[in-house]
Design a protein around this ligand. Structure first.
Ligand SMILES: *[C@@H]1O[C@H](CO)[C@@H](O)[C@H](O)[C@H]1NC(C)=O
Ligand SMILES: *[C@@H]1O[C@H](CO)[C@@H](O)[C@H](O)[C@H]1NC(C)=O
Ligand SMILES: *[C@@H]1O[C@H](CO)[C@@H](O)[C@H](O)[C@H]1NC(C)=O
Ligand SMILES: *[C@@H]1O[C@H](CO)[C@@H](O)[C@H](O)[C@H]1NC(C)=O
Ligand SMILES: *[C@@H]1O[C@H](CO)[C@@H](O)[C@H](O)[C@H]1NC(C)=O
Ligand SMILES: *[C@@H]1O[C@H](CO)[C@@H](O)[C@H](O)[C@H]1NC(C)=O
Ligand SMILES: *[C@@H]1O[C@H](CO)[C@@H](O)[C@H](O)[C@H]1NC(C)=O
Ligand SMILES: *[C@@H]1O[C@H](CO)[C@@H](O)[C@H](O)[C@H]1NC(C)=O
Ligand SMILES: *[C@@H]1O[C@H](CO)[C@@H](O)[C@H](O)[C@H]1NC(C)=O
Ligand SMILES: *[C@@H]1O[C@H](CO)[C@@H](O)[C@H](O)[C@H]1NC(C)=O
Ligand SMILES: *[C@@H]1O[C@H](CO)[C@@H](O)[C@H](O)[C@H]1NC(C)=O
Ligand SMILES: *[C@@H]1O[C@H](CO)[C@@H](O)[C@H](O)[C@H]1NC(C)=O
Length: 653
């Protein structure tokens, strides 16, 4: 570890940077929420006054910590946090000691308690496992009218304010820009400015700091640095520009950001204090009481249900679909400026999360897979089949798959895309997986077997899974018997027998042989490839040696091609429903219902690497074969990036 990293880690632990307001309870005489009711955008200090108005409540703390500590018993990666993981620059996190600290800390608001607990879970850097208090998290998103990126200009990498600023910021809305007009702040002059320092730190050091204190989600520090920057993505089925975690954090706890910049048309540095403005993303309210009622109090969808009862949720097709994705709530961008949308010949199958094109060379097909969480599970499969047929009809012989900012989704759609590219003759397209065998999990499975709970109503049911010979388990096979013991960081860890997902039959027929020579299939991304995306890209790498090129990041810093590589996430409602459906809600090991509106999700199932069957893919270091810096041409133009990638990655042909 460099001394800089140590210094920053110490800073993160003990201090707040200038510009970060320290939450203090507002005066009780005025209602600070009423003041901002109905506004689309609010000054961060006003948002914080509302959020910190609700007093600390010891009953709520006990309730939340009871849920959180009992759900942690199911967490597959808990013991990995006992020691640092140097390959990913992940420090140790002593989860149980931290929970005990939070249990005995005095807080001056309910916000302060929830923020401390959020920060603990966020420091795990596993977006599958975190406490999301919807009262506070992503209720107000702070947005700076100066998102930043790392660009190589004339061979030198530096941090810049996004060059497309003048086109992008107005897309955040007329009320957003009206605020800056009203206070006389001219953000337009910052377009393309070179950023030397942020908050008194070197600009890259500040990106490292945000990666370690704000971003979360991805175990690998290098991947998180890219999340701090602005980038292109598919959101709501269209091209979108993510503002990045420096310019778009999900708590409104910073009033402004001090940047030392060299303006695009200048040569002398100047220091600019850029004010944030917070976008309200929660449910409407008129005052503090209705803010609490509509955004903070538990509602009819907060907790799980007994799915076996009439009215419980029944899986279509007899089996619940496992999912692995970033939390859906992240609203961190706006549509991309229209001149940055590809103008290439588009190819069929592009209506949803996938966008398909043919490059001008007529040889290179591009499939931008923006997500594995489509509106329509079946349409995703038809889109892939239609696009590949069209690529082949056009004579394309090579394929670029873009996974930039793919937040994951259905586990089986990742396996589907892999199977489609590898051909059905390849055999099973996924991973061997296991579930943690804690005492309550074992009781749940035993009860499900006794109660005849099948995959239609619960995830623990054996008939959701297949043995590693790809035969579906009978409803009666207790796969925790015998449990499998391992030692992780000196601690005994018990889990189920290894088993496979059951994703077949797929809804389109799979070609027997690969539609493209697999040595001519390459992946490009920014490393922010989460969950099902991480599984898909790891499968392509581990099973086919697929070449991956990762763009961006901090120059000189190592970076994985994936992050957040669990196998299946259960939301709080999911695990609570599992417990209720098994009739075990009264068990002393079972968590109570949440009294507040929030989600404590966790990574419930592990995928093990094909290259090291004792190591989860999440903890197996796999680096991309190529790293490229973004340039002013490629950072927001996917078309330019693909054209560049085709030249670089197929240059031997
Ligand atoms: C920036 O934010 C800090 C912390 O809230 C505040 O003290 C300072 O006055 C702000 N600066 C400007 C120029 O608004
Ligand atoms: C701007 O905010 C006002 C409320 O303050 C709202 O009525 C209006 O719809 C907003 N404008 C846009 C374009 O969303
Ligand atoms: C704390 O929260 C509980 C549960 O919502 C509630 O019953 C109680 O009145 C609250 N206590 C205070 C002092 O507001
Ligand atoms: C928190 O502390 C209380 C005692 O004050 C204890 O009863 C409770 O079990 C603790 N909760 C957790 C989650 O550790
Ligand atoms: C990059 O090089 C070109 C040509 O030499 C020069 O005009 C331009 O000013 C340089 N840009 C920067 C940011 O150094
Ligand atoms: C820089 O100067 C050019 C030419 O005068 C002008 O068009 C452009 O808007 C300026 N850019 C900025 C960021 O001020
Ligand atoms: C919860 O209540 C809302 C509003 O009344 C309703 O729209 C929704 O369908 C309810 N959800 C469930 C699961 O009952
Ligand atoms: C494909 O291109 C056509 C013509 O430019 C455009 O109208 C259409 O919206 C594009 N379709 C998609 C899915 O991007
Ligand atoms: C690609 O195909 C189009 C349409 O068939 C044709 O006009 C164009 O010349 C081709 N380009 C190359 C590089 O062959
Ligand atoms: C698959 O494995 C299971 C468990 O070992 C075994 O019971 C079953 O007979 C096997 N099925 C086939 C078709 O080999
Ligand atoms: C695994 O460890 C548990 C707890 O020590 C023990 O009860 C169990 O017998 C062990 N199982 C196997 C298969 O070794
Ligand atoms: C991938 O590369 C590794 C190491 O070079 C080699 O052992 C393996 O056989 C290759 N696998 C495939 C499917 O080409």
């Amino acid at each position: 570890m460099s001394s800089l990293t140590v210094a920053l880690a110490a800073l993160a632990a003990t201090a707040t940077l200038p510009g970060v307001s320290v939450a203090a309870p507002a005066s009780r005489d005025v209602d600070p929420c009423a003041k901002i009711a109905g506004q689309e955008f609010v000054v961060p200090a006003d948002a914080m006054a509302c959020l910190t108005y609700f007093p600390f409540n010891a009953t709520l703390r006990q309730n939340v910590l009871d849920v959180v500590s009992k759900v942690f018993d199911f967490y597959t990666f808990e013991d990995y946090y006992l020691e640092p993981v140097p390959e990913f620059q992940q420090p140790a996190v002593l989860i149980r000691e931290e929970l005990a600290r939070i249990n005995s800390t005095e807080y001056n608001s309910d916000y302060a308690f929830n923020k401390d607990l959020f920060d603990l879970t966020n420091s795990l850097n596993d977006g599958h496992t975190a406490w999301f208090p919807f009262c506070y998290w992503s209720a107000f998103q702070n947005i700076l009218p100066a998102p930043v990126v790392s660009l190589s200009v004339n061979g030198t990498e530096d941090v810049y304010v996004v060059p497309d600023l003048a086109d992008f910021v107005p897309l955040l809305g007329a009320n957003y820009t009206a605020y800056y007009d009203a206070i006389g702040f001219d953000w337009t002059r910052l377009a393309g400015a070179r950023v030397l320092e942020i908050e008194g730190l070197d600009a890259y050091a500040y990106a490292d700091y945000v990666a370690d204190t704000v971003t979360g989600n991805y175990l690998d520090h290098g991947v998180r640095v890219n999340s701090a920057f602005s980038s292109y993505r598919i959101a709501d089925n269209v091209f979108s520009q993510r503002v990045g975690d420096i310019a778009g954090p999900l708590f409104p706890n910073q009033d402004n950001l001090t940047m030392t910049v060299v303006l695009a048309n200048a040569s002398v540095p100047e220091t600019v204090v850029v004010p944030y403005l917070a976008a309200f993303l929660g449910s409407p309210f008129t005052d503090a009481a209705s803010y609490w009622e509509n955004n903070c109090a538990a509602n009819n969808e907060t907790n799980g249900v007994d799915n076996a009862l009439p009215g419980g949720s029944r899986a279509v097709g007899g089996r619940k679909q496992p999912r692995a994705a970033l939390h859906a709530n992240l609203v961190t961008g706006a549509n991309i400026p229209s001149q940055l949308i590809p103008t290439l010949q588009n190819v069929t199958g592009s209506e949803g999360v996938i966008k398909n094109y043919l490059l001008d060379d007529n040889q290179t097909a591009v499939m931008f897979v923006g997500s594995f969480s489509p509106d329509d599970y079946y349409a995703f499969q038809y889109d892939v089949a239609d696009a590949i047929a069209a690529f082949q009809a056009a004579g394309a012989t090579r394929l670029i798959i873009d996974l930039t900012n793919n937040g994951g989704g259905y586990v089986c759609l990742g396996e589907f895309l892999h199977q489609y590219l590898a051909g059905s003759n390849f055999g099973f397209p996924g991973y061997s997986t296991a579930i943690r065998a804690n005492a309550l999990a074992k009781q749940i499975l035993a009860a499900d077997i006794t109660l005849d709970n099948t995959g239609e109503v619960c995830f623990y049911a054996p008939n959701n899974w297949a043995y590693t010979n790809d035969t579906i388990m009978p409803e009666t096979d207790d796969y925790f018997v015998p449990e499998v013991n391992r030692t992780i960081n000196g601690v005994l860890y018990s889990e189920s027998q290894r088993f496979y997902d059951v994703c077949t039959p797929f809804n389109v027929s799979i070609p027997a042989e690969p539609p493209f020579d697999l040595s001519k299939v390459v992946i490009v991304s920014n490393g922010d490839c989460a969950s099902t995306c991480a599984q898909f890209s790891t499968l392509m790498y581990e099973r086919h040696n697929t070449t991956t090129a990762v763009f961006g990041g901090k120059p000189g810093e190592v970076m994985q091609f994936k992050g957040m590589a669990g196998e299946q996430v259960l939301e709080w409602t999911d695990i609570d429903s599992e417990i209720k459906t098994a009739g075990l809600k009264d068990d002393p090991l079972a968590p109570p219902d949440l009294l507040v509106y929030g989600d404590f999700r966790h990574n419930w199932r592990t995928a093990y690497s094909w290259r090291d069957e004792q190591t989860p893919i999440a903890y197996y270091s796999e680096l991309p074969q190529y790293r490229f810096a973004y340039t002013p041409e490629t950072y927001m133009s996917a078309q330019n990036l693909w054209t560049f990638a085709a030249q670089e990655l197929f240059k031997d042909e």
